[in-house]
Design a binder for this molecule. Structure first.
Ligand code: GTP
Length: 358
């Protein structure tokens, strides 16, 4: 059977579990995950090699495939430049795809907009329901121009009773002509084989897009920046997580290793990293630093451990907090934060340095 390959974008409302699904399918932590909505800010690409699968009672045999998964920011109505940038990332991820996974949180109740009664203003609960229905409709509207197969995926089924799923499935399948419906729990890794089978069924015959051993297109320094941001999201509250952005400013690979002396334990080499955390106000800076630097230390220690696991080296991590007033509303700054843009600037600086040295 001929090899298959293609790009598969995962889209859905914030907190549906898109990043959890990406990580679960890859068996690697590529995207950061938190309980806070709008954790993911950029497209994250993960390359999955799927072996051929034999015929089963319910499915034909499937060839081996390379599935290029693309995790995206949660679909929400934009109010800042950062939001607009995030939604642009979703639109980009929907362009020339082979398959789209539309992920729905199965714990969300269905809210059809209640009819308005003249002279009576809606209660807060009605308001909330109307907002939720509008957000579902907005997420669906993203599929308007999508021409490839779209698979409806209900996630978090570990949290709901099977009988509660039926009305949910009926509701969503009347809204759009989905190719398939799959029930999963990304957190419990339940239903993933079925999902992978359904994806491969839809993929075209094609050669690999990436070398077999490549996991992502995102260089380590940007994965490290995300791990720092994840700890900020986990350890701080209110506006701080949303008003924070992380930029790695210095990244020094380990130099040549000194040979251990006789009887000395060999030590892992050290990667030196310095990162800036941008916030919008001095009050947020104070919260991030904490009493006698305690908060920044907690963030740094937790992030360092994960970056060490990622790199397989020891890590010396320095964090600085900088205030950039209202950065989320500044188009230029938001664009500079994009890791693809940062990579271009780094490459340009390196080329210039080489030319100057020549
Ligand atoms: N119980 C349960 N929790 C899950 C499951 N999948 C994800 N979660 C949790 O849901 C929350 C959101 O998960 P994420 O993977 O960050 O969701 P996301 O869709 O990427 O979120 P955004 O970045 O806001 O778009 C986290 O607390 C996850 O642990 C699941 O299958 N079962």
């Amino acid at each position: 059977m001929a090899f298959r390959a293609g790009f598969v974008s995962i889209i859905g409302r914030p907190n549906a579990g898109k990043s959890t699904l990406l990580n679960a399918l890859l068996g690697e932590k590529l995207a950061i995950v938190t309980h806070k909505a709008q954790t993911t800010r950029t497209r994250i690409l993960g390359v999955l090699e799927q072996p051929a699968t034999p015929k089963t009672k319910t499915r034909e045999a499937l060839p081996a495939a390379q599935i290029v998964l693309v995790d995206t920011p949660g679909v929400h109505k934009p109010s800042t430049q950062l939001d607009r940038r995030m939604m642009q990332e979703v639109h980009d991820a929907l362009e020339s795809r082979d398959v789209v996974l539309f992920l729905v949180d199965a714990t969300h109740r269905i809210h059809e907009p209640a009819p308005r009664v003249e002279g009576k203003s809606p209660t807060p609960s009605e308001d909330k329901k109307a907002l939720s229905a509008a957000e579902d409709a907005f997420a669906l509207s993203m599929l308007r121009n999508v021409e490839c197969p779209v698979i409806l995926v209900f996630n978090k089924i570990d949290l709901v009773k099977r009988e509660d799923l039926l009305p949910l499935i009926t509701h969503w399948t009347t809204k759009f002509a989905f190719t398939d419906t799959v029930l999963i729990s990304a957190a419990k890794k339940d239903g993933l084989d079925t999902l992978l089978g359904r994806i491969v069924e839809q993929l075209p015959e094609a050669n690999r897009y990436f070398p077999e051993d490549q996991l992502t297109d995102q260089p380590m320094r940007f994965l490290a920046a995300e791990l720092i941001r994840e700890k900020i999201l986990l350890f701080t509250g209110e506006e701080v997580p949303y008003a924070s952005a992380v930029v790695v400013e210095k990244w020094e690979e380990p130099g040549p290793q000194r040979k251990p002396k006789k009887g000395e334990e060999p030590k892992l080499p050290v990667t030196k990293i310095a990162a800036a955390i941008f916030v919008e106000r001095s009050g947020q800076k104070a919260i991030l630093i904490g009493k006698q630097g305690a908060m920044l230390k907690q963030i740094g220690t937790a992030a360092r451990k994960e970056i060490e696991n990622l790199l397989g080296t020891r890590v010396f991590l320095e964090l600085f907090v900088k205030v950039k007033e209202d950065w989320r509303s500044k188009k230029g700054f938001v664009e500079e934060l994009d890791w693809r843009r940062q990579l271009e600037s780094l490459q340009a600086a390196q080329t210039l340095k080489k030319e100057n040295e020549a």
